[in-house]
Write a protein that binds this ligand. Structure first.
Ligand SMILES: Cc1cc2nc3c(=O)[nH]c(=O)nc-3n(C[C@H](O)[C@H](O)[C@H](O)COP(=O)(O)OP(=O)(O)OC[C@H]3O[C@@H](n4cnc5c(N)ncnc54)[C@H](O)[C@@H]3O)c2cc1C
Ligand SMILES: CC(C)=CCC/C(C)=C/CC/C(C)=C/CSC[C@H](N)C(=O)O
Length: 484
């Protein structure tokens, strides 16, 4: 049983200080009040997959970079922390098939509109409507969480948002889902695949749910955090008055201890290694906020029945982010345009012709200085290349006429999505031991980790106070209709 059920927990541990772990600390403080001690263990840097590198005088995002205007938790965090949004710099997109530019956005909306209408009929408009329908259902989670409802599995959470239609999306490829909706194969190849390639480094055979999230990631109005997205993580840790413990958690075990009331209580022992060696601490509640997958973390669990694996099935997809400060070789893109006329900022790629790159984007610093204008391709600039494998020197020399700085980050970025999906790992690993990153098997994005953070904080609270009526309730959409 939980220790002294009517009291608040004394100590809670969070493993990982990415956006998931930091948001968990924030919501735990909200749920359990000022008395509980919250320790956040971090093996690397606060921010995790939200990270920046310095090139010249400026910092640039190498990991998670864009946030959707309807990502309400991320919006709430920046508002609460008083961090401004980064100023918007207009962008222009082109699609490269590995040999030539297939399509280049014009500066004129009307030109783009008719060009798309001519090439793809109503597919473009219908895609926007399809994504909007998915987003409308997705937004229901905010109301459920506002009312304190939580879910024990990713499948139940998805079902509460979108009913069977979301579970179907999880079991279909994006291509199957879109073909089923009547989208044309040529539109899927030319437009949809480049978007899944830039966002998830994978083809249109990812699951339909993450596919819809990926298409939302190509909406207008995307934003980022001034000074770098990782500032939200340090801000949330500070705001939640958590203690950051710079250490690697090696194992978590369950220990039974006698209590003042005489009934034995179970506590979790966290073993960790920091600069001064190995140590351990006991906690009432533990939240694991890092993926339990090979190459991502190596936490072992002992004393649990049934056993908890260190690594769940499935693997994370590698995306290499290479930031280059240099002069782009526009002829690499098969264009005859003069570099001074080439104002495209985002080059997406199709699956055909085996393009070695997933995307090539002109990058703005995390803080836009006054009077900043993105330089044309005829001037040296910072470019971000996403690719599956690291780029060789020869490949870089083909892409750039000259360059003076290269920074490479090899990310195990997000799950490799292969529908039909196997059962996702649970949010609840043991009585008071929770796992946030299960959510990434639906879709990996900052907001998804923030939603899972609030969910696990609510689960922890409801289990502690034995409020079963707030867990896995059916038909919430109908029951909460009419509520604010
Ligand atoms: C290249 C790239 C681009 C992306 N672009 C976007 C985007 O534009 N928009 C978007 O919304 N999302 C984007 N994402 C996805 C987004 O970054 C992630 O979904 C999100 O950051 C995951 O956050 P998290 O806290 O759940 O996990 P993580 O950020 O991975 O945090 C886990 C933390 O746990 C720590 N840790 C691991 N093991 C241990 C241990 N044993 N002990 C202690 N600490 C440990 C790690 O060091 C890490 O800091 C992108 C991801 C990548 C890689
Ligand atoms: C969760 C919801 C409803 C919306 C999130 C939409 C979103 C921002 C998706 C992007 C996800 C992602 C993994 C993007 C990676 S690359 C981003 C950008 N194009 C870049 O080049 O850095």
């Amino acid at each position: 049983s939980a220790p002294e059920l009517q009291e608040q927990p004394k100590k809670i541990a969070v493993v990982g200080a990415g956006i998931g772990g930091a948001a968990t600390a924030y919501y735990l403080r909200q749920e359990f009040g000022p008395g509980v001690k919250i320790d956040v263990f971090e093996d690397g840097s606060v921010g995790g997959r939200l990270a920046t590198v310095k090139i010249g005088d400026y910092e640039y995002e190498t990991g998670g970079s864009v946030i959707h205007p309807l990502n309400l938790h991320m919006k709430h965090f920046v508002d609460k922390l008083g961090i401004p949004q980064r100023k918007d710099v207009p962008s222009k997109m082109a699609i490269f098939d590995g040999k030539h530019i297939l399509f280049e956005e014009s500066d004129w909306f009307i030109v783009n509109f008719f060009c798309m209408l001519w090439r793809y009929g109503l597919n473009f408009l219908r895609m926007q409507m399809w994504v909007e329908t998915v987003l409308d259902k997705f937004m229901r989670i905010y109301q459920y969480q506002q009312f304190g409802y939580s879910f024990s599995t990713v499948e139940r959470l998805l079902h509460a948002m979108g009913g069977d239609s979301f579970l179907t999306l999880m079991n279909q490829t994006l291509e199957e889902a879109m073909m089923g909706e009547g989208f044309s194969q040529v539109f899927i190849n030319d437009i949809v695949a480049p978007i899944t390639r830039v966002n998830y480094g994978q083809s249109v055979r990812i699951n339909g749910f993450v596919g819809a999230v990926s298409l939302a990631g190509a909406d207008s109005g995307l934003w980022a955090v001034d000074g770098g997205n990782k500032k939200v993580c340090s801000g949330l840790l500070y705001n939640s008055k958590s203690e950051l413990i710079p250490a690697r958690v090696t194992s978590i075990s369950v220990k039974v201890r006698p209590s003042k009331r005489g009934t034995p209580v179970s506590l979790y022992e966290i073993n960790y290694v920091d600069q001064s060696g190995a140590a351990h601490s006991l906690y009432d509640i533990v939240i694991v906020a890092t993926p339990l997958h090979r190459g991502k973390s190596d936490v072992t669990f002992s004393g649990f029945s049934p056993p908890i694996p260190s690594h769940y099935p499935g693997h994370y997809h590698q995306t290499v982010a290479t930031l280059v400060h240099g002069l782009l070789n526009v002829s690499y893109l098969g264009t005859t345009e003069a570099a001074s006329e080439f104002t495209v900022s985002d080059v997406l790629t199709t699956d055909s012709n085996g393009s070695i790159i997933n995307s090539l984007s002109s990058l703005d610093p995390v803080h836009i200085p006054k009077g900043y204008k993105r330089p044309p391709a005829s001037q040296a600039n910072v470019w971000k290349v996403f690719s599956k494998k690291p780029l060789s020197q020869e490949q870089l020399e083909n892409m750039f006429l000259s360059y003076d700085s290269v920074s490479e980050t090899k990310w195990l970025a997000y799950p490799a999505y292969h529908p039909p999906h196997r059962k996702t790992p649970p949010f609840i690993l043991h009585n008071r031991l929770y796992y946030l990153n299960a959510v990434e098997w639906a879709a990996s994005a900052m907001e998804m980790s923030a939603i899972a953070a609030r969910n696990v904080a609510l689960l922890a609270h409801h289990h502690w106070h034995e409020q079963k009526s707030k867990i896995d309730q059916e038909d919430l959409h109908t029951r909460l209709r009419g509520e604010l």
